[in-house]
Design a protein around this ligand. Structure first.
Ligand code: GRF
Length: 221
């Protein structure tokens, strides 16, 4: 196995995606390790998950920084100090600035609970539910300076069923997030991901099955 890719995971809340990443690393399902978890909310449950996994966790409260750029500079210094190679936003409720993006060019990814470019921004599950889409899902994408607008790495579709509520739909989407986020990290760790303008090319994923709800196909461990 090649050397594990060093991840910096940025969180603000429950950290269930962080947990999925930690579990995939621990089980060696992906060639990566969490080098540091950075959180802007001192009492976020994600911090407990990091501690339980014996992974360094750093709280950087945003209130201590007057400007977003100053906050990001502090985050960059922490990430660099831990030799982070890929930055994973996992429920990080902050807009990131060019300070972070230019320090890690094409090395910042995010998970979003909709099939982008539909429903970017806050409350994506609610937006999709209220509009009445038949299929929603989730997306891992590279982060650029827009809101949830960067090149798409992997998506999973989640059908909306009669009787769904925003909560039940959100829970099924979250299950898929936990599958595709580690999968996207693994693709990047194995150097299978190439950016071609806005398009992401995945080496070895040229043949799509006739019917699939995840593209590229998600291989279960
Ligand atoms: C997820 O729905 C993710 O898509 C969004 O924020 C939520 C984070 O959940 N960006 P968790 O903290 O990983 O449980």
């Amino acid at each position: 196995m090649p050397r594990p890719l060093r991840l910096g995971v940025l969180v603000s809340g429950s950290g269930s995606n962080l947990q999925a990443i930690l579990d995939a690393c621990a089980a060696r399902r992906i060639c990566a390790e969490v080098a540091v978890v950075i959180c802007n909310v001192p009492d976020a449950h994600a911090l407990q998950r990091a501690r339980d996994a014996r992974v360094p966790a750093v709280v950087i409260p945003h209130r201590e920084h007057a400007r977003r750029e100053d906050y990001d500079a502090r985050v960059v210094s922490e990430l660099r100090g831990r030799n982070v190679e890929l930055v994973c936003l996992a429920g990080f409720m902050r807009i990131v600035t060019p300070v972070l993006l230019s320090a890690f060019p094409q090395r910042v990814i995010n998970i979003h609970p909709s099939l982008l470019p539909a429903f970017p921004g806050m409350h994506a599950v609610r937006q999709a539910f209220l509009v009445g889409v038949r299929i929603s899902g989730c997306t891992v994408h590279f982060v650029d300076e827009g809101t949830d607008s960067g090149p798409i790495v992997i998506q999973a579709a989640v059908p909306v069923v009669d009787g769904d509520s925003e909560e039940s739909l959100g829970a099924r989407i979250l299950e898929q997030e936990h599958r595709i986020y580690p999968r996207a990290i693994e693709l990047i760790a194995r150097q299978r991901v190439q950016l071609d303008g806005r398009r992401v090319r995945i080496a070895g994923a040229e043949q799509a099955p006739a019917a699939t709800i995840a593209s590229p196909p998600v291989e279960d461990p």
